[in-house]
Design a protein around this ligand. Structure first.
Ligand code: SF4
Ligand code: SF4
Ligand code: SF4
Length: 310
């Protein structure tokens, strides 16, 4: 199997959030209420950022228009793991809980190994991995490797009606991105650009950004931080000078900024969402269907118990 990639063409996105919801359904992740603290912020972006139970959000970025006929432009963005070829989250993880899938190139997770040190959060130039306070592990997009292995596209891609999202071999997605970029340039979008071809050694989420990199909320020139590089260099000598390594890791962690902790947690047993601040249940679980969307779909795959195609 060739390396895979998700293609996101912002010019086709309608900002409908369906991809966000599909990610929640497939991965059996709750949608706690109360995260959008400023209800009248004038944005449809909800929740405002990734959190321990949200692996993908659509961002809504408004800026001054670049065409005479458009004085205001609304640029949708996809905020999730970019599946870097040179993935600092994977190289810094001391437990092997984040790793690159050698077949697809996606950077996926094995949360049974996660020791919750959160070094991956600090190493990621896109501020993606978040701590899930209920599971006590990191949570981030897995690239839906479990679906790809079954011959399916990622859940977010499958649900996108205007085909802003596509999935396939990475080299084919790059060719398709070039075609779409050309169309945008012909229509006068001179700031349109492809993102992900080279960044971080090549991303496995390729984006066609209609209004330019920053307009869609993407990071210009992402790099591995010097602290992460230093920590990786120190790894081989851990056994000899473990104290130095611990100091290095502590320094790295101390330097990390911007990490946001969740204010609500999800109780998987009762399916209730609980406020960490007040201790109150902010959303009661319905408890009607204990089978996840993922299990329902897997049950019905060809060759699986209960499937139509046996
Ligand atoms: S690839 Fe899968 S885990 Fe990642 S954002 Fe899409 S649905 Fe969520
Ligand atoms: S975007 Fe962040 S979490 Fe995803 S592979 Fe790159 S470094 Fe890791
Ligand atoms: S499902 Fe498609 S159109 Fe809707 S927000 Fe996601 S990428 Fe955009």
């Amino acid at each position: 199997m060739a390396e895979k990639a998700i293609l996101f063409d912002t010019s086709r996105c309608t900002g409908c959030h369906a991809c966000q919801i599909a990610c929640k359904c497939w991965n059996n992740l709750p949608s706690p209420t109360g995260l959008n603290e400023n209800k009248f912020s004038g944005t449809h972006q909800n929740p405002p950022d990734l959190n321990g139970q949200t692996r993908l959000i659509m961002t809504y970025n408004e800026s001054e228009g670049t065409l005479p006929t458009k004085t205001v432009q609304w640029a949708f963005g996809r905020r999730s793991c970019q599946h870097c070829a040179d993935a600092p989250c994977a190289s810094i993880c001391p437990a092997g809980a984040i790793y690159k899938d050698v077949v697809t190139g996606m950077v996926t997770t094995d949360n049974s190994k996660c020791v919750a040190c959160q070094y991956c959060s600090t190493a990621c130039p896109f501020d993606v991995p978040r701590y899930d306070g209920v599971q006590g592990t990191i949570n981030k997009c897995t690239g839906c490797v479990d679906r790809i292995e079954q011959g399916m596209a990622p859940a977010c891609v499958t649900t996108c009606q205007p085909e802003a999202l596509a999935f396939g071999d990475r080299d084919e997605m790059l060719v398709e991105a070039e075609k779409r970029l050309e169309m945008l340039k012909q229509r006068g979008y001179e700031n349109a650009v492809i993102y992900g071809a080279e960044e971080m050694g090549g991303l496995h989420v390729i984006q066609v950004l209609k209004y330019g990199v920053e307009a869609h909320g993407q990071v210009a020139n992402p790099t591995v931080s010097p602290v992460t590089t230093l920590t990786n260099l120190m790894k081989p000598v851990t056994g000899v000078v473990s104290g130095v390594t611990v100091l290095g890791l502590a320094a790295m962690f101390g330097l990390a900024a911007g990490y946001k902790r969740d204010k609500v947690v999800y109780n998987a047993e009762t399916e209730d969402t609980i406020s960490l601040i007040t201790g109150d249940v902010v959303k009661h679980g319905d408890g009607q269907d204990t089978t996840s969307v993922k299990d329902h779909i897997l049950e019905n795959l060809p060759g699986k118990k209960g499937g139509d195609h046996e």
